[in-house]
Design a protein. Structure first.
Length: 364
């Protein structure tokens, strides 16, 4: 009897060796023998043992090619946990010669024509947004998905070897097809504006008005009168123009200069940038995730074979009731589909680097 082409396992624990053995025991006999690509996400608490962990995975499964990343939390079918030790892995049986693992040390061969890619990046690489756009331009299908590794210290990636810095992952030809959906976890508020004066991460004026004045207007009378609550629940969405109200990149407001009328963001912002304001809370996050999952299900021509879920590290229990909420919602729509994933420092979909989102990639 043949096995399904994808298998996933998840295990929590404070010791990497015990957690890995627990995860490996969940895989059916023979899963490794038929698989040719492995994906692994491991707690940053295990980073010092990353080389040993990868070596053990290869010995136990027989799968040589692995990609993945460290994270402050990992997730899978059996659970999800931020700030806790854990390992999540997936084995995939893909068509022979349909993919190549790559990194800065291991470029994509010139004779391989990439259609799509699953990637992981370094959160401290200054030009990561540009790297994402460049990578997408090299894919004939312009299909890119993944996320930035996360860690309390050095964020690690796996791409054949354990490494750090830049971008790595696997590129695929047209024989491997997948689709990705993005949940922003927030709802756009009415209005659209343009930054007319900025400096580094400070927005000084919007549409030639005080940035704080526009923020209060967008937040509405109740929130606008309570700046502390407004900053917790209203964020800035970066857009390409007035018509872009779905795929915006969220930037958290980290401070308000009441006297100067300025807003401070968690990242630099350019003068002339189109923006909107978005409301983020448990209810809007649930609604948006549920809507995205239904759209993604309807976009699948057949039941997906496996999935990767990349959730911002600021989501989980900090946004929902529990760290497992998103996993449970995915299971409600897609059942017991093999699933792996992690809590990231940034989510990659298409040619964009997002923040505060949840991105689900489904292999068809």
């Amino acid at each position: 009897m043949s096995l399904p082409p994808f298998h996933a396992a998840y295990a929590a624990g404070s010791d990497w060796s015990s957690a890995l053995e627990h995860a490996l025991r969940q895989l059916p006999a023979g899963a490794g023998a038929q698989s040719n690509l492995g994906i692994v996400y491991f707690s940053d608490q295990f980073s010092s043992a990353a080389d040993a962990l990868l070596a053990r995975l290869r010995r136990a499964t027989g799968v040589h090619e692995w990609i993945g990343a460290s994270a402050v939390g990992v997730l899978g079918n059996a659970g999800a946990a931020l700030d806790a030790g854990g390992i999540s892995l997936m084995l995939a049986q893909l068509p022979a010669d349909s993919f190549r693992v790559f990194s800065g040390r291991r470029p994509v061969p010139r004779d391989f024509q990439p259609w799509a890619a699953i990637v992981h990046g370094d959160p401290h690489t200054a030009d990561m947004a540009e790297l994402v756009q460049d990578m997408t331009s090299k894919l004939r299908g312009e299909t890119l998905a993944g996320g930035l590794a996360s860690a309390r210290a050095t964020a690690l990636q796996v791409a054949g070897d354990v490494l750090s810095g830049g971008m790595s992952g696997a590129v695929f030809n047209e024989e491997v097809q997948f689709v990705t959906g993005v949940s922003q976890g927030c709802v756009p508020l009415p209005g659209h504006w343009r930054v007319t004066r900025s400096r580094d991460n400070l927005i000084e004026s919007i549409d030639a008005r005080s940035a704080l004045e526009v923020f209060r207007q967008a937040a509405g009378p109740a929130l606008g009168a309570d700046l502390r609550r407004a900053v917790r629940n209203v964020q800035v969405g970066l857009t390409d123009g007035p018509e872009d109200r779905r795929l915006f990149a969220v930037r958290r407001i980290v401070g308000v200069d009441v006297r100067g009328g300025k807003l401070a963001l968690a990242d630099n912002i350019e003068q002339g940038q189109h923006i909107l304001f978005v409301r983020q809370d448990d209810d809007s996050a649930r609604d948006d995730l549920g809507h995205m999952l239904e759209e993604l299900r309807d976009a699948c021509p057949s039941p997906p074979r496996g999935g990767i879920y990349v959730s911002c590290l600021a989501r989980g229990g900090a946004l929902f009731e529990r760290d497992e909420t998103e996993i449970e919602m995915i299971a409600d729509v897609f059942g017991d589909m093999p699933l792996t994933g992690f809590f990231s420092a940034g989510e990659i979909v298409g040619n964009r680097l997002f923040g505060m989102t949840g991105a689900l990639t489904l292999f068809l």
